[in-house]
Design a protein around this ligand. Structure first.
Ligand code: ADP
Ligand code: TYD
Length: 209
């Protein structure tokens, strides 16, 4: 059985960059790595990604959004993540269910219980290790806006919402210390990457003991 590592954090915290750097570093050490992302990571889930990330911030109700993200995740699990884990690979996923807990479960109305119920029913699996890249929202938002893309529904929610997301992620990490490692993302790329790699190495070494 492989290992499942997720990256979480607010928009612009450096998750995608760090996930890619970790994948490269582990491959160089001989691991078979699948680098993937959410929403997306399978053809069907990538189609759902366009529905949830583009358009007006109030395009979907929070409840509908939970269903769409969970549908995308189910397809991603079935077609990408579970087959790779069964083949003994290391799966590195840029965001996973903790993002739904935060963005849909805690941001607008308290829908965390609903998110967790649906997760238990339809997904039923957590990552083995979750790396939380912690970052102050002003820096994160400035970085995210610098990318200038079309997928801005959530970034448009503004800095106050990002504050709430950051606090929520930190609280989730404190509540689930066995799975989470928190890494300070407000540093140079290579410093952050070194901490991420050390964490992943320790985790993978423990898993093969
Ligand atoms: P996320 O996936 O969390 O939204 P990204 O990895 O896409 O974050 O990074 C957002 C932007 O910030 C990108 O333009 C990226 O090149 C830049 N960036 C990422 N990490 C750092 C860092 N440690 N220092 C400076 N810029 C960074
Ligand atoms: P992502 O592409 O990771 O954006 P970023 O690189 O800016 O962090 O994710 C896109 C957006 O989707 C992000 O604003 C968070 C949101 N999202 C949810 O609201 N719920 C979810 O379950 C997931 C996976 C993402």
């Amino acid at each position: 059985m492989g290992r499942f590592i997720s990256f979480e954090g607010i928009d612009g915290s450096g998750k995608s960059t760090q996930a890619r750097m970790l994948a490269d570093a582990l491959r160089a050490e001989g691991h078979d790595v699948v680098l993937t992302r959410e929403p997306g990571g399978s053809p069907g889930a990538e189609e759902i990604r366009a529905l949830v990330l583009q358009g007006d911030p109030d395009r979907w109700s929070p409840e509908t959004e939970i269903l769409l993200f969970t549908a995308a995740r189910r397809d991603h699990m079935e077609r990408t993540i579970l087959p790779a884990l069964a083949a003994g690979k290391v799966v590195i996923c840029d965001r996973f269910a903790d993002s739904t807990r935060m963005y849909q479960g805690a941001s607008r109305g308290d829908l965390m219980a609903l998110v967790n119920q649906l997760h238990d029913l339809m997904i039923g699996r957590e990552p083995d290790l979750t790396v939380l890249i912690d970052m102050d929202p002003a820096t994160g938002l400035a970085r995210a806006k610098g990318r200038n893309g079309t997928e801005e529904r959530f970034e448009d929610m503004g800095q106050q919402m990002q504050e709430k997301m950051r606090d929520g992620f930190l609280a989730l990490a404190a509540k689930t210390p066995a799975r989470f490692t928190v890494i300070n993302g407000a540093r140079g790329l290579d410093d952050v990457a070194a901490d991420v790699l050390a964490t992943a190495r320790a985790h993978l070494a423990k898993a093969t003991e």
